[in-house]
Design a protein around this ligand. Structure first.
Ligand code: PBG
Length: 331
């Protein structure tokens, strides 16, 4: 890149005025970029705050549908549903994961009834339903792969039957994307998309999420035998390559801000629709500081989201989707 030298070139010139800064802006944030993750719980007409995620509630299905309406009005294209399952329904075989009358399927139907054109994304993973808190089945203290994949396929088909548009395998078992693709196709759901949590790290930033769905207290051990080591980059590329090969339509990197190098590299190498998950712990950090008056809330909300765009993300799963859309709208 040829760059004239000072004083003929003064890079500050293009920053001098607001109109000029807008004209040279390389990235833009819009509600089109956001996916809103939402927590659903049993009950009616209830909104329960989550202590470690100030400003985020667990909604009963009816209340969740109402918030989906707000998200839709702001122009947000999709939501992701996460259930807080009654502890009595959690078992070591996680059978509630593929209950067609379970909380997730009832939520999908209610959202789709009220808002048919809102994109609905659901995890394929066993942790909300598993009394061991793991994403797969535990046998002799180890999370087994192939048997878990069979259950993830059943879970995916049941969710597709309920009306889910996008299955998001978040379990990190080997071979699950290909198996889920085949199961969906065999059941006649060739249009149901797969957004793979392809590069998902064994991160401490998921703590507040585990409070929200009640999987943390139950969790035996950690998830290091299936989620990735935060030390690794090349391995993420191999994970993504494999998931694309198996039929993933979209790729996710998770967590978000601490892993922007991975987002960037994935987008550069594959050019596939690439999403980042600004996870619960990132939300908690930001809100914790803002609520203490240590950070300017509105500015850090938008700056943190812009960072994802700059890194190359096509979209962001963020608990701040509605708030950020309002801020963008009011500018
Ligand atoms: C479950 C799942 C997790 C998140 C999304 N799906 C947690 C985990 O793997 O323990 C985390 C999201 C967040 O922290 O916001 N497979």
């Amino acid at each position: 890149m040829a760059l004239g030298s000072y004083p003929s070139t003064r890079l500050r010139r293009n920053r001098r005025d607001e109109w000029n800064r807008r004209l040279v802006a390389e990235n833009k944030l819009s509600p089109d970029d956001f996916i809103l993750p939402m927590f659903v719980a049993e009950g009616r007409n209830s909104r329960e705050p989550i202590a470690s995620m100030p400003g985020v509630d667990r909604h009963s299905v009816d209340q969740l549908v109402q918030v989906v309406g707000e998200a839709k009005a702001m122009g947000i294209p999709a939501i992701a549903i996460f259930p807080e399952v009654d502890p009595a329904a959690k078992t070591p075989d996680a059978r509630e994961a593929y209950n067609p009358d379970g909380l997730v399927c009832r939520t999908i139907k209610a959202v789709k009834d009220a808002h048919p054109d809102m994109g609905v994304i659901c995890d394929a993973a066993l942790d909300p339903f598993n009394s061991d808190g793991h994403d797969g089945l535990v046998r002799d203290g180890y999370v087994v792969n192939d048997e878990s994949v069979e259950l993830l396929c059943r879970q995916s088909v049941v969710q597709a039957e309920a009306g889910c548009d996008v299955i998001a395998p978040s379990d990190m078992m080997d071979g699950r994307v290909g198996a889920i693709r085949k199961a969906l196709d065999d059941a006649g759901f060739e249009s149901v998309r797969i957004m793979s949590y392809a590069a998902k790290y064994a991160s401490a930033f998921y703590g507040p999420f585990r409070d929200a769905i009640g999987s943390g207290a139950a969790l035996k051990g950690d998830k290091k035998t299936y989620q990735m080591d935060p030390a690794n980059t090349d391995e993420a590329i191999r994970e993504v390559a494999q998931d694309i090969d198996e039929g993933a339509d979209m790729i996710m990197v998770k967590p978000g801000l601490p892993y922007l190098d991975i987002v960037h590299r994935v987008k550069q190498e594959f050019g596939i629709p690439t999403y980042a998950y600004q996870v619960s712990g990132e939300y908690a950090m930001l809100k914790g500081a803002a609520n203490n008056g240590w950070l300017d809330n509105d500015r850090v909300v938008l700056e943190s989201l812009m960072a994802f765009k700059r890194a190359g993300a096509d979209g962001i799963l963020t608990y701040m989707a509605i708030e950020a859309s309002r801020l963008l709208d009011s500018r």
